[in-house]
Design a binder for this molecule. Sequence first.
Ligand code: 6PG
Length: 629
Amino acid sequence: MNSKQVIYVMGVSGVGKSTIGKLLSEALQIPFFDGDDYHPKSNILKMSKGQALNDDDRLEWLQTLNKLAIKQLKNNSCVIVCSALKKSYRDILNSGIESYTKWVFLYGSFEQILDRINKRDNHFMSSNLLKSQFDILEEPKNAIKIDISLTPKNIVEVIKKGLSGKVEFGLFGLGVMGKSLSRNLANKGFKISMFNRHVDGVEENIAFNFKNEFEELSSALPFDNIEFFVNSLQTPRKIMLMVNAGKIIDLVIEDLMPFLTEEDILIDGGNSNYKKTKERFDYLKSKNIHFVGAGVSGGEEGALKGPSIMPGGNKDTYKEVQPFLEAIAAKDENNKPCCTYIGTEGSGHFVKMVHNGIEYVEMQLLAEVFSILKAMGNNPDQMAHILKSWKEITNSYLLEITIDILRKKDGDDWLVNKIMDKAGNKGTGNWTTITTAELGVPSTMIASALFARYTSFYKEERIAVSKNFKSKDDSKLNLTNDDILKAYQFARIMNHYQGFKLIHEASKSYNWHLNLSELSRIWTNGCIIKSDLMVELVEIFKTTNNILSNEKIIQQIKLLKPTVKKVVSECILNELPIPCLSESINFLNSFAIANSSANLIQAQRDYFGAHTYQRVDDDTGKFYHTNWK
Ligand code: 6PG
């Protein structure tokens, strides 16, 4: 600890300020003062009548505590506990001794604290009273912020580290996502170190310039030297890598390795392949370094304002980084963070990969809707108008951005009309398709969406082939906007069925014990596939892992099915490509069938390769072979 300091421990009633304050004073061997012992008589009288104190009542009391702090500083450091919920209160406590004070902010959720208080003997706090404290709470910047779920012993350890002056969290790689996450962390009051490499003439002073650009980064430390960056961090170090997925991750790990010490934690926040994450986890384990593979969704804006985060690895390691990740994550409708421990190994990156697979399909479905609406003669503004009316029925982030996109003009035309129709990809849809094939799970819509992108890429060949097979230009789609909406809704349900089915099957194969309800919960905000449907799934997955067995979903499918058949048929008759819409109904037709045509496949396999088959009239499971000639 630095020479003399006043350590103020603050937070709402019930966070355990006195307990922690006393333990801390013992650990540091400095005096302890409980702010509550310094109230003037008038305040005590008021409080004993159950009346809340106002700011005037508090003034004298806060000034007394400030004087106490100044007096103590003359001889020694000390710990003072005081709720200090507003910035103006803290300004009084700090007055004249700003550079000698350290703030420790104990925090927990409303439910957690209420539960704690009411479990204590002879203690009861009404939820209204506690709520009023949360309402006035202005979170301190630059405080050592501690989650009260940790044990008191651990809390004191974290405070001691915080007092060492070293930084709590490191961000490695200041690309678009790394920058947004850095600002998000700083906005939440964390002191961070930021690293970006130096490449002559290409990447120079990135971290330094970035720090100067944003007010919230005033206490962040910028680096382009790995050793200095690592040494600025408290141990065990927590470093989040925000660099491109692939070989680069391994190179960065090797660059960091010489400066890391045992028990340090690396978090890979990129879209890494889940199998690679497992390999890296095992490799780093052999060096006693912990590794968390965390999927992060939400793009640039999500990373800044609150992404959805899917961390996988060792649960104890997760607990170490939990306060940081949960603080920066988006919040769900109950104000819970859209971040949860996913499971062991590469499960975090696995679910992020499937998230992207679902994302590919949601995007492709909207592209198909776009082409149908276009074929029906709508211009982009008219399409935007139609899609806007769908929001009440089936809203999603992707629907909303599509409406914005459709409205964007470029000169006299709409921008979308000027964009080259070749869809790119960074590989996650490809991995999902490979993985679903490897695991033997029929995520057919993800494959269709991926192949639709690949097909689009052959622009020149498409132009040539289109000349040989001249399409009908007089499309006469006998459809209403409502038909298209229903088909779209149907296909979205099937997409979510397939995506979550893949996750469930992988969970069984890899023994990950993934919780589909919790997973859909963290996808209700912050991520690209957030939607009203996702919110519905949170409840549905509490009772089943198979949405096709849920009564409400069954009723919806029954209602929508006749229309999707009509839409798909009309499109095919009019030569409109709709690979995902058609796959949605084809899949249900193949799946909702007790007796399929696979008996013929089995017979063929047995005919040419003696692969054997089982018989429907023999339930022993015995395998038969026939001499077919
Ligand atoms: C997200 C996105 C994000 C992304 C990928 C996939 O959840 O924030 O999924 O990870 O957009 O880069 O994009 P591709 O379409 O390029 O494969």
